[in-house]
Design a protein around this ligand. Structure first.
Ligand code: C2O
Ligand code: CU
Ligand code: CU
Length: 486
C-alpha cells in the first residue's frame, strides 16, 4: 500500500489498472484513486486490544459469558452485547495440536451457542457443533482438538444459533482466535484488529433492523476497530508489525487501504500464500480475515475502508444497500522516531496443497437466489438451490476423504459470500476465468450474477455441519444448507 502501484500491478501479471483479481475472490487490488471524503470523526483514542488468553502445555481453558451490559463502544457507554464484558471478546491464542476448552454461559435472554469460524476441527458432539443450542441462562462446555498440522492464521468465534445470529453478532458477540506459526515471523509487535460495524441510537442502544435492512444485509453506521472509532497507533520507521485483521461485520465488505506504508499479505483465512505478497488493497467479505505485515515508513497514514459495490436487492422492492459513503477512516497510524533495524527475513512457507492436480470424485452446484415469498408481503427471501434452511434435512452428502468441485452460481443482484465450515475451499475459477494463484479460503465471494468454482477436500473430519451466506441476515433468513461427510 505504498504508492508504487505499477510494481504491484506487474507482480500480479498486469491484467489492468482496476479490479485486478488476485487469485479470485475476496482479494483484489485496484489502482484507482476514488474520491476521498472524510467520514466518521475520530476520537483520537489510543489503540487498544482485547484481553489475550494463551494456551500453555497444549491446553487453553476459557470461560465465556455472553451477556448484555453497559460497554464502552466508540468512546461512549452504551447497552450492547459482549463476551466477558468486552466488545470484542478476549483473543484466544492457540497452537496446532492444542485442546481448546470453552465453557460458554449464555447470559442473554435468547438462545445462543458458539462457533469457531475457520478452525479445522470436528463438527460433532461438543466440538464445533452448530446444532447445539444453549438456552438463555444455560451453559455448555465445548472442547476443540486442533490437529497438530492445523494451518496457522487468523480465525474468530461468534454465536451460530439460527435466527439469532445477526442480532447477536451485530450486538457485539465476536472475538479473534490466533493459531500461532510453528516457526515465528520476527516482528516488532503484533496487533489484533477486529473490525465490526454497529448502529447506536442517541440513548446508546442498538436499534432493531428494518425488513429492508435485513433483505440487503444490515450495515452499521459506525465502523469500529476493537470497539473504538479511529484509534491512533504509533510505530517507528522500519519496524515490522503483524496485523491480524478480522472482518466481523455482519454484511459489510471491507475494501482496505493503508497508503504510505508497506503492506505485505501473508494469507487470507487459513490459506497462506506460497510467498508473501506486497499489496495496495485487500477486500475482505464478511467473515474473511487477513494476516498482514506492515513495515513502517515515516508519516501519518489512515487505515481506510473504501466503498465496495456489493449490488442491491432490487429496485422493485425498494431494497438496496446503505447509500454509498466515502472512505471511512478506521484507524490512524503515525510512524515517527529513530529508524529500527531491518527485521530478519520472513521464513519460507510450505507450499499450499493444489487440488487442481487432483481427481475430482463429485461435482455439484449451489445456486444462490433471492426468491419471492416466504416472508410475506412480497418480500424476497434468500435461498440455496431453491430451499431455505432446515436443520432436520441433509442437503448435501459427501464422501469422507473425497475431493469435490462445486460451482457456485449467484442469480441475484447482490453478492453472496459463501462460507463452509470445517473444510476450506480452494478457489479455482472466478467469473469463468481460471484462477492461477493457489488460494484457500473459508469465505468465498460469489459476485452478483456471476459464478465461482471451488474445490474441497473432505479430509480429517466426518460429520454434519453447515454452509451458508456470511451476510448474516441472509443466513438467519435461511440461506444455509446442511452437509454431511461420511
Ligand atoms: Cu462465521 Cu457459520 O459462520
Ligand atoms: Cu464459520
Ligand atoms: Cu447472501
Amino acid at each position: 500500500m505504498r504508492p508504487i502501484t505499477r510494481r504491484n500491478a506487474l507482480i500480479l501479471g498486469g491484467v489492468g489498472a482496476v479490479g485486478v483479481a488476485v487469485g479470485g475472490t475476496g482479494l483484489w487490488m485496484t489502482h484507482d484513486a476514488s474520491s476521498r471524503t472524510p467520514s466518521q470523526t475520530g476520537t483520537g483514542n489510543e489503540f487498544t486490544e482485547p484481553t489475550e488468553l494463551r494456551s500453555s502445555n497444549g491446553t487453553l481453558s476459557v470461560a465465556l459469558e455472553a451477556a448484555a451490559g453497559q460497554l464502552t463502544v466508540a468512546g461512549r457507554t452504551v447497552t450492547a452485547l459482549g463476551y466477558n464484558g468486552g466488545l470484542p471478546g478476549p483473543t484466544l491464542r492457540v497452537r496446532g495440536g492444542d485442546t481448546l476448552r470453552v465453557s460458554l454461559h449464555n447470559g442473554l435472554t435468547n438462545p445462543s451457542n458458539l462457533h469457531v469460524h475457520g478452525l479445522h476441527v470436528s463438527p460433532e458432539n461438543n466440538s464445533d457443533n452448530v446444532f447445539v443450542t444453549v438456552p438463555a441462562g444455560d451453559s455448555f462446555d465445548y472442547r476443540y482438538e486442533l490437529p497438530l498440522n492445523h494451518p496457522p492464521g487468523v480465525y474468530w468465534y461468534h454465536p451460530h444459533q439460527h435466527g439469532y445470529v445477526t442480532d447477536q453478532v451485530f450486538g457485539g458477540l465476536y472475538g479473534a482466535i490466533i493459531v500461532e506459526d510453528p516457526t515465528p515471523i520476527t516482528v516488532s509487535r503484533e496487533r489484533v484488529i477486529v473490525i465490526s460495524d454497529i448502529t447506536l441510537s442517541s440513548t446508546g442502544t442498538i436499534p432493531a433492523a428494518t425488513p429492508m435492512e435485513k433483505m440487503s444485509g444490515r450495515e452499521g453506521e459506525l465502523v469500529l476497530v476493537n470497539g473504538q472509532l479511529n484509534p491512533s497507533l504509533t510505530a517507528r520507521p522500519g519496524e515490522r508489525e503483524r496485523w491480524r485483521v478480522v472482518n466481523a461485520c455482519v454484511s459489510r465488505y471491507l475494501r482496505l487501504r493503508l497508503d504510505g506504508q508497506e503492506v505485505t499479505l501473508l494469507g487470507i483465512d487459513s490459506g497462506r500464500l506460497s510467498s508473501p505478497r506486497s499489496v495496495d488493497e485487500i477486500v475482505l467479505a464478511p467473515g474473511n480475515r487477513a494476516d498482514l505485515l506492515v513495515t513502517g515508513h515515516a508519516g501519518t497514514s489512515r487505515l481506510e475502508a473504501l466503498p465496495y459495490d456489493r449490488g442491491s436487492s432490487g429496485g422493485m422492492m425498494g431494497g438496496g444497500n446503505a447509500p454509498a459513503r466515502g472512505d471511512i477512516t478506521l484507524a490512524t497510524l503515525t510512524v515517527a522516531g529513530e529508524t529500527a533495524a531491518t527485521p530478519a527475513a520472513i521464513p519460507g512457507q510450505p507450499a499450499a496443497r493444489d487440488l487442481r492436480a487432483t481427481t475430482v470424485t463429485a461435482r455439484r452446484e449451489l445456486v444462490f437466489a433471492m426468491g419471492m415469498g416466504g416472508m410475506g408481503g412480497g418480500m424476497m427471501s434468500p435461498t440455496i438451490n431453491g430451499r431455505a434452511f432446515d436443520a432436520s434435512r441433509v442437503d448435501e452428502t459427501v464422501q469422507f476423504g473425497s475431493v469435490e468441485e462445486w460451482l457456485l452460481t449467484n442469480t441475484s443482484t447482490l453478492d453472496h459470500p459463501l462460507h463452509l465450515h470445517v473444510w476450506p475451499m480452494q478457489v479455482v475459477e472466478q467469473g469463468g476465468t481460471a484462477v492461477e494463484t493457489v488460494i484457500w479460503q473459508d469465505v468465498v465471494n460469489v459476485p452478483a450474477r456471476s459464478t465461482t468454482r471451488v474445490r474441497i477436500a473432505f479430509d480429517d473430519f466426518s460429520g454434519r455441519t453447515v454452509y451458508h451466506c456470511h451476510i448474516l441476515d441472509h443466513e438467519d433468513a435461511g440461506m444455509m444448507g446442511v452437509i454431511e461427510a461420511r
